[in-house]
Every structure is written in structure tokens, then in C-alpha cells.
Design a protein around this ligand. Structure first.
Ligand SMILES: Cc1ncc(COP(=O)(O)O)c(C=O)c1O
Length: 210
């Protein structure tokens, strides 16, 4: 749907409505056209707590933020300088990312973890949240998520209409999903595709798979 479609739809709907209707009622009228998987979705827990803590901080309360994992450090000066120097560049870039960046990413994984990727294996995106969403859109399969885990995987699956299986973890297994549990889950229907999300170090436990 384009912005123009929205404008047209809003103006048609407005004309069907009582001109006395306030903006809130008009908005509710428009919301009924929302995809049912999106309708009623609550605000993301991390964004919600961030807004709440900003509000409290604004009221003069001392707040220690443990919501968003945003770096508290300033952007390094060389990065700011490079961004400024390249601000004039406006052309569309290769959709999978700049070749030089893809090569640099491969070099990093080779140097730090001995992993042998080729630039064509690397896809650069505007953030991991969007990339994870695209991944879920591109592949079939129920989503398997250890719990506790980061807050956005399940709502993304919900938007796409995917089934989510939670695999609880505990202090006894160091908050990690075990192969046995995964095996048990998959034995229900071995041919069914599944997407397993392993995030390490895990947010929020900080534990890592080896
Ligand atoms: C585990 C995890 N994945 C993804 C994200 C979102 O990352 P991005 O800002 O790159 O979309 C976060 C943000 O805190 C996160 O903790």
C-alpha cells in the first residue's frame, strides 16, 4: 500500500463518516483494515520500557536503564568523519551490500574465528531486527526459540502467521537449549521444517554456546 493509497482510503472513509467524528474515531475506523496479525500487537517490551524510563527520567527520577542494548559511548570520531566525508553519496547501492564491506566482513570472521565465508555469503542490512524478519519471511518452518530470549522473535513470527515453540532453559543447563530437547521436539514430525534461533551471547542471559 502506498502513501497515496492511504490518503485516498482515508479521504473516502472520512466522507462516509459523520463529519463530527473526532480523529480518534476516524483512526479506529481505519484500523479495521489492518492485517489481523498486526492488529492489537502490543508495543515492543524493550521500546516500551525505554519510553517509560525516559518519562521517569524527565520527571527527575534516577533511572538505570536495562532495556535497550544501545551503546552509551559516543560515535568514534573517525566514524563521524567518514560519514561526513561521504554524505554527498546518494546512489543506490548493491542490494546485498557494498562488495568491499562484504569482503571486510569475511576477513573479520576468518581472522577472529577461522571461518571461511565468501563475500557472496554475506548480506548487509539496516539492522539485525529487519534481517531476522526477512529470514522468517523467506523460509518456511515453525519458529523454535529458547526462553528467556530477546523480545522480537515471537512477534515477528506472529505477524507472518508462524507457529512458535518455546524451549524453556534453566540454571541447571546454563540457560542453553540442549540437543536432546531439540531432538525431542523434532521427533514429533521429523520432515517438518523449523527455524531455530540461537543468539549468542544470549540476550538476556549473556550465556554462549560453544
Ligand atoms: C538479540 C538481539 N537481536 C537483535 C536486536 C536488534 O538489533 P538491530 O538494532 O540491529 O535491529 C537486539 C537489540 O537489542 C538484540 O538484543
Amino acid at each position: 500500500m502506498t502513501v497515496q493509497d492511504v490518503d485516498i482510503r482515508l479521504s473516502t472513509e472520512k466522507s462516509e463518516q459523520n463529519p463530527q467524528d473526532g480523529p480518534r474515531k476516524q483512526l479506529r475506523h481505519f484500523e479495521k483494515h489492518l492485517n489481523l496479525n498486526v492488529r492489537g500487537l502490543p508495543v515492543s517490551a524493550t521500546l516500551g520500557i525505554n519510553e517509560q524510563s525516559n518519562l521517569l527520567r524527565g520527571m527527575g527520577r534516577d533511572i538505570f536503564k536495562l532495556g535497550l542494548g544501545q551503546s552509551p559511548f559516543p560515535v568514534p570520531a573517525p566514524v563521524v568523519e567518514e560519514l561526513q566525508a561521504n554524505a554527498h553519496q546518494k546512489d543506490y547501492l548493491p542490494v546485498r551490500g557494498l562488495p568491499a564491506l562484504q569482503e571486510a566482513v569475511c576477513g573479520y570472521y576468518q581472522r577472529t574465528q577461522g571461518l571461511d565465508f565468501q563475500p557472496k555469503h554475506i548480506m548487509v542490512g539496516p539492522g539485525s531486527k529487519e534481517l531476522m524478519f526477512i529470514l522468517q519471511l523467506s523460509y518456511y518452518g515453525d519458529l523454535v526459540i529458547p526462553t528467556p530470549s530477546w523480545v522480537s522473535y515471537a512477534p515477528q513470527a506472529h505477524i507472518i502467521g508462524r507457529h512458535v515453540h518455546w524451549l524453556p532453559t534453566s540454571r541447571d543447563n546454563n540457560w542453553l537449549m540442549t540437543p536432546q530437547e531439540l531432538e525431542k521436539l523434532c521427533s514429533n514430525d521429523p520432515s517438518k521444517p523449523r527455524i531455530v534461533i540461537l543468539n549468542y551471547p544470549n540476550n538476556p542471559t549473556g550465556c554462549s554456546y560453544t
